[in-house]
Structure formats: C-alpha cells, structure tokens
Write a protein that binds this ligand. Sequence first.
Ligand SMILES: Cc1cc2nc3c(=O)[nH]c(=O)nc-3n(C[C@H](O)[C@H](O)[C@H](O)COP(=O)(O)O)c2cc1C
Length: 355
Amino acid sequence: VTSTTSVLSNLQAPIVLAPMAGGPSTPALAAAVGRGGGLGFLAAGYLSPERLGQDIATLRSLDQQIFGVNVFVAGGHAADPADVEAYAQRLGGIAERAGVRLGEPRFDDDAFAEKIELLCVDPVAVVSFTFGAPPRASVEALHAAGSEVWLTVTSPAEAIMAAELGADALIVQGLEAGGHRGVFIDDDAQPELSLLAALQLVRAMVDLPLVAAGAIATGAALGATLVAGASAGQVGTAYLRSFEAGTAEAHSDAIASERTTVLTRAFSGRLARGIANRWHEQHGAYAPRAYPEVNHLTAPIRAHGRKVGDSDLINMWAGQAHQLAEERSAEEITVKLASEARAAVSALAARLRAS
Ligand SMILES: Cc1cc2nc3c(=O)[nH]c(=O)nc-3n(C[C@H](O)[C@H](O)[C@H](O)COP(=O)(O)O)c2cc1C
C-alpha cells in the first residue's frame, strides 16, 4: 500500500504541474492543470513577495483553491568573488554583442523569510521546496498554517534528511528532469540518479508518498512511475508549449526541436538541464559554482535574448523528452496524460494476466 497525503489522494489526475520559475509558470497555467484534474503549482522563485501574493490571488480568482507554491531554499554561502569576476570577464563579449551591461552578482536568499511569512498568513494547500532542506521552523510554521510540505530530493540520503524534517511527501527528481537539479549541495559528490533508479532507492529508505519528476511526457511514462510506486508525476517540460505557459518564443521553438539537452552551470551558476546552445558550448566548461551570483550576473543578457528571440542568449531549461511537448491547452494535456496512463496500466495488467 502506497502512503498518500490528503492533497494527493483527492487528485482526479495523478499529475502535479512542475513549478517553473523564470517565466513559464503562470496562474493561468496552474488553473488549467487544476481544471484538468491535476494539481496546479506556482513558482515563487525570483518573484518578489508582493508579486507572489498577487499570483496567488489571481489563481484563486480563477476558481482554484487547491494548489501548491514552490519556494527555493536559501542556502549555501556566497561564492568567491574572484571566481565570479573571472566568469564575468569571460562573458564580456556576449554582453557587448547583446548591447547590455552584466548584472550585479549579488548573493541573496530570494526573500525566503518574507515568502514563508506570506504563506503562513495566507496558506495554500501545498508548499514545496527545492535546492535543499528548509529550516525546521519553516516546516513547522507551514504545518501549523495547515499546509502540506513537500520536499524535492534527488537521492536516498536527501530523502532521509527530508523525512527527518517532517516532510509530508517527497518529490523525487531524476537526472532527466528539465531545470535546476534540486540537489541539497551543488557539488560533484552527488549521485546522478535517473528517475527510476532514484524512485527505487528512495522507496527502499522512506515510507513517504513520492511524486516522480523527470522527462514524463506521455501517459505511458506517467503510468510507469505510478507502477514504480509514485503517487503522482510532476510534469514540467511537457507543459512548456501549452497555451497558458509563459515560455519565451525562442525557448518554445527549441523545445519542439530535436536539439539535445545538457547539464550546465553557464547561466545561473547552479547545475540545470537545458537545451545546448552556443553560450553553453563556449562557457559551460568553466562556469563557476556560484548561485545566485551568476544568475544575477547573466540576467540582463538573458532578458535581452528573450526579447529579441536569440536562442544563444537564453537558458532554455528542458527535460530529456522535450520534443514530445505538445502545443495545446494545459487542461487537455493533463486529461490526455491521465487517460493514457490509465489505458497503459490496464493494458499492462491485461497482458500480465494473459501470460
Ligand atoms: C523551465 C523550467 C523551470 C523550472 N523551475 C523550477 C522551479 O522554479 N522550482 C522547482 O522546484 N523546479 C523547477 N523546475 C524543475 C521541475 O520541478 C521538475 O523537476 C522538472 O520539470 C521535471 O522534468 P521535466 O521538465 O522533464 O518534466 C523547472 C523545470 C523547467 C523545465
């Protein structure tokens, strides 16, 4: 028997929209996934607390009351300024060609405390975290406010830490996933587990409900993760071309192409999977581990790239199955994924009975 949470057990479709900070996540996208029977999600990352509050209000006004908000865990420590400065020197040419100045490479915590406070005053059904373990006090405050707390993990060791913190569910992110790796510590010592390996290893260590994330783009793949013990799949890239996503046009075009994905620190200073472009090819090899400094440093170039539609100047986060993403409403994508997963699992059951 797989354990569950009240939010997970009430989903009509076993699908959680991945929070996608930096533009793709919109209240309209979360509402559309909710209408399709899945769990809508907002990404608090990079937003001001005021803007987060507005997005929550907008989503509620779209008749959605059960949804999640994802928060980045402020962690680590400031990078060595010399490393950041050396990278800034290397990026000078790109900035010059784009006609912009590099951003100020400051270290900050993305307004962590203010966002938690807002979520305690105005609670939502689920608060998920990525990039590490939040302070125990934050988990307790969110629980007291009535929210479920889900933590993103990429390995059994992180899963054990998350369970000890009192997580209600774990989002298990495989190496296939688009966007930043959710690793607690962004170094080379982390195991690079693909989704199926991670699900099995985490399940062997903890009893919590699991949400599977990484390259789920078809109902069959969603069904496979459910067979492997997940309560739901968290789907990101498959929604990037939906009508309601705020994906930049050049990014959306690259998603539809056969272009390959890579893990890179070139854009943000933290390891993330995105579609390879010239920026990564020229600068990925020596981009420092310096998040969020490098993210701030490169922001003006990326904003310019999005504006002019230059795919060599933007971070195009994408999971490994990106070319299967469909250009249609997110509600339809949700309904189709769920019904195809049901069909795939029943066909499998019938096949196993017959053999
Ligand atoms: C464009 C994009 C932005 C993302 N932003 C976030 C985020 O803000 N917070 C987070 O926890 N995960 C983020 N992720 C990772 C997703 O939560 C999830 O692990 C991933 O989308 C699953 O793999 P898939 O994209 O192949 O479906 C992002 C992924 C993408 C593609």
